[in-house]
Design a protein around this ligand. Sequence first.
Ligand SMILES: Nc1nc2c(ncn2[C@@H]2O[C@H](COP(=O)(O)OP(=O)(O)OP(=O)(O)O)[C@@H](O)[C@H]2O)c(=O)[nH]1
Ligand SMILES: [Mg+2]
Length: 628
Amino acid sequence: MSLPHLNPGIFAHIDAGKTTLLERILFETGKITAPGRIEEGTTESDYLPEEIERGISIQSTVARIQYPNAEDARLLLQFVDNPGHLDFQSQANASLLVSDFGLVLIDAFEGLKSQTFQNVEALRKAGKPILFFLNKLDRPGADILTSLVDLEVALGKEPILLFREDGTVPILKGEGQEAEFLPLLEWDPILSEEYLKDHSLLPKLALQGLVKGFWSGNLFPVLGGSALQGKGVHQLLSLLEILAHGKTEKPVPSSKSKDGIAIVFKREVHPELGKLLHFQALAPIRIGESVFFGEKEYKIQNLYRISARDYEEATEAEAGELLATTSFLLPKPGDILSRHNAPNASLLSPIRKQFQILLEPEKGEDRDELWQALQDLAWLDESVSVDILSDTGQFRLSGTGELHLEISLSRLKESFTKSFQTSGIKVARFALWKNLVQKVAFQHTAFDHKISSGQVLASLESSHSFSKGVRFNVQLPSSVEESITSAFDEVMAKGKEGEEVLGLSMVIESYEPPPGANVDELSSLIKVAVIKGLKDIIPNYSELIGPRSELEILTPDLYLGDILASLAKRDVRIRKVTAVTEGRQLIQASAATQNLLGFSGVLRNMAQGRGVLSLDSLFDFDNHSVLF
Ligand SMILES: Nc1nc2c(ncn2[C@@H]2O[C@H](COP(=O)(O)OP(=O)(O)OP(=O)(O)O)[C@@H](O)[C@H]2O)c(=O)[nH]1
Ligand SMILES: [Mg+2]
């Protein structure tokens, strides 16, 4: 390879045109002979049947592109196109780890969505620079100025417009007006000084300022055009080449990963290669070498360079390359592999899976096969988890949203072709601890008080967060501490009626063993005492809660009344209704997520497909809803 490389991660809200832009880039660089269309299901990036059917991306896709083309390559671009729908956010989070910067699209017709703010925030938190692309400028009504003003709000800083109305980008040509170039260097005292000494250096200094300012997070450049018509794409690629030269390699963002050799960012079942793991090499890597995941050692047997569905075998790769292998399949997106035996390190926090559906095969004899298919699905998609309900034996599939579960089911049907039944989609509920119980005594006796656990005295307090845990105010034998802690963990996981309990701190004040007993033999009795005691008390001191959703609906004026009425029925709190361009209204609201189940379908019918819904489900201590 030995080409300089640049890894742009493409992020934006749903339908902003990420996949279309990548398609155009593939075309401009000669990777494909004609750009495919979302509507026709012919793009390189969206090739899964579920993506084609729905016209949206549901998995991240790598595109490996030599620039300006394969013959005279000067730069290797490794794009990662991400799904915009929030149900698939975990993939965008994983892609962010292996992206040098975020190429963030804004649909200049629809304007900024709350998700753009989230993308911007996530990128800045990860210390990644951002290049914006205002897309869909071919649409009448697309508004550059409003997008820029909104961007300034999102960034808390003025973004820098690099293109003129006619599409030209002065800095690429090195000729422009002072007012166009000065903002690119003014932020830097050294460049400013050089400029004051010699005004004729302006174009050169401005370009330096742009590159330096971009990588240091001081400048947020904005390009624009039409991904669909290919406008502005050539300029975008030229700018990427310039930026690539100023890139400085950043260390892996974790102190735990000194010896890190790879960051995993995707799992896939490839049509020809089977189960694959995608990773970024953090150091040169070759076939035959060993890597460690925790204590486990794997020999690298193969390396593939992947671009959408295409692959090419490699024997070695350089630091920074995005690769895939079948040699190790256990690590998850966010995990780091090391050169040496090292503790497991993940760069991503666990995914909350708050939407659930129950499944059962039509015929009992198909149970094992269905279970296997479900486990394969959970392997493939980190945001799916599966378990078996202990009381009914039904399989439970948990995921991140309604669309996510619908798509998971249709993927399941590809591998499990027998019939099965499903429940409706439900939203997970939790019991949140509310009140303080000063002193509670846990005691278990059996055989007419002949045997007893002894008495555990505890206070139960709210942790004022979702965290939970046991604290010991007295020193107790370790077997007693272990029994109490494991009883606590068990009850917190399942609660009284299967709802996980959040926010409880249990403080152990004392333990009084029964007279003459050998404490070490009482472990299981103590555990029973605490489990029973906690289960009895939970319903009186906690409330049922669930996730809350923030929603934005963009609709033509005509349907506003009907939509508001339907929202009222679902107990939705309307925050604001604003008139936006082209006779449309933007509704901003919030509601308990469970009240919104099925709403996207209702909206589709009500607004005859012309309503745009974005739903963001939030669940933390400051953002939850109390259920009645
Ligand atoms: N008029 C116009 N339409 C565009 C443009 N770019 C994309 N579109 C259309 O917008 C729709 C969504 O495009 P996609 O490329 O699928 O958007 P995306 O951001 O990849 O969407 P997700 O992956 O689902 O988040 C498609 O119908 C595209 O044809 C553009 O520049 N102009
Ligand atoms: Mg897409």
